[in-house]
Design a protein around this ligand. Sequence first.
Ligand SMILES: [Zn+2]
Ligand SMILES: [Zn+2]
Length: 334
Amino acid sequence: MEAMVLRENSLIEKGPLERMELPVPVPGPGEILVKVSACGVCHTELDEIEGRLKPRLPVVLGHEIVGRIERIGSAPKRFHRGDRVGIAWIHSACGECHFCREGNENLCPEFRGTGCDVNGGYAQYTLAKEEFAYPIPERFSDAEAAPLLCAGAIGYRDLRLSGVERGQVLGLFGFGASAHIVIQIAKYWGCEICVFTRSERHRALAVKLGATWTGGVEDEPPKRLHCAIDFTPVGETVPKALALLEKGGRLVLAVIRKRDLIPPLDYSQHLWDEKEVKSVANITRKDAREFLSLAAEIPIVPEVEEFRLEEANRVLLLLKQGKIQGAGVLKMGG
Ligand SMILES: [Zn+2]
Ligand SMILES: [Zn+2]
């Protein structure tokens, strides 16, 4: 099978993913072999490629996978051959530790990430655990469904952890794949949404999707923010977002790594009055399941730009430069 493989850490500008022929993997007990149809491109891949996150190497990246089941490794429990399924960032967790028992399998010490600890979806085939695959609602095409599996499902978790309530003001910092889905849920929940991004194209999309106000990080929105979600990879947005929070407000940091340090915080300006900061790590199966059914109910309209598998290096560079509108998706031929 054809795959784009990362062999060593490097800046994405150097085009480090190599096109290679690999054997089609064989599913073991409890595993399914999935013929990949579409795989979303996520910021986390940039962290893996550039070494801020340590994947096992060599690795096939990609954790927003949609495809059909080609083979099942043992007696099938939930799916049949030919079923369309989605695979997300959570490849597996131990199921026994206290985090898993309390439903926080995203924090399990044995947590394994798809396209990080095991090979992912930048390939024609991939393996997954049957227990960690999800049926995809019919209304979404393969390419539309791909970004729902990370950008969407993690965005849903971000939104839940922000504690935002109906009618409140929500601030979104950065407006890429995840934020453009989060805004649609928040709108459905009756929130007012302020979007902070320097890209004119991203601001136009935000307005189209229901933003009540758009501006840059330096700008002052008309109202204080009850909650905010920071999707940007830079440190400087953290004090800026905290300064705009309402008393008792919460800032959620949605990225897995920041590219640079968070500047010093001033206690009275940024934290006093019971402001909170919370990070979000990984997702649970419950997040993915709940979000996929909510996405079909709203319905979420994912904005996707499609590319071919062998264009992965270029798509990731465009992503780093903030030039992807909505979500970038690799479509497999044949
Ligand atoms: Zn992701
Ligand atoms: Zn566990």
